[in-house]
Design a protein. Structure first.
Length: 146
């Protein structure tokens, strides 16, 4: 599957589509809604998307600047019909290169317990004990960028 990765701007059509995708796959299964929170803080985030040949937005992640050279990766999602094809892996690798080109040297994240091994396969290091976030178990992980 040919995927084109790029940055999307807060408030754009692609951003709004990504909100719907995140709500559908990350919040609704938990009985929550992404739209119950103030998304205004996301205006300062970096929004990275993946589109297929038909220009359908099928992958998304966001970065929040934590420190001068550290980003927090959040809200990583791939559309259900596109899962299991390596798109999430390619999105994370693209995001790492984007971060390096933007002058960042490390990424932290809070991974759902069900996907922590995905990040470990990409050389993220699990840190600390399991904790609850948005009602489900997570682990903190980090990676120094080359």
């Amino acid at each position: 599957m040919d995927i084109h990765f790029l940055e999307a701007q807060y408030g754009s059509d692609d951003y709004r589509t990504s909100c719907d995708l995140r709500d559908e796959l990350l919040r609704k299964p938990l009985g929550m809604s992404l739209f119950d929170q103030d998304l205004g803080e996301e205006k300062d985030f970096i929004h990275l998307i993946g589109k297929n040949e038909e220009q359908e937005l099928i992958a998304y992640l966001q970065f929040k600047k934590i420190e001068e050279r550290t980003l927090k990766m959040q809200q990583v999602v791939v559309a259900e019909h596109a899962q299991g094809k390596g798109i999430g892996r390619r999105l994370v690798l693209f995001s790492e290169q984007f971060a390096i080109m933007s002058g960042f040297s490390s990424i932290i994240l809070h991974a759902r317990e069900s996907v922590i091994e995905f990040y470990e396969r990409l050389d993220y290091v699990r840190e600390g004990e399991r904790f609850l976030e948005v009602t489900i178990p997570h682990f903190k992980a980090s990676k120094r960028l080359q």
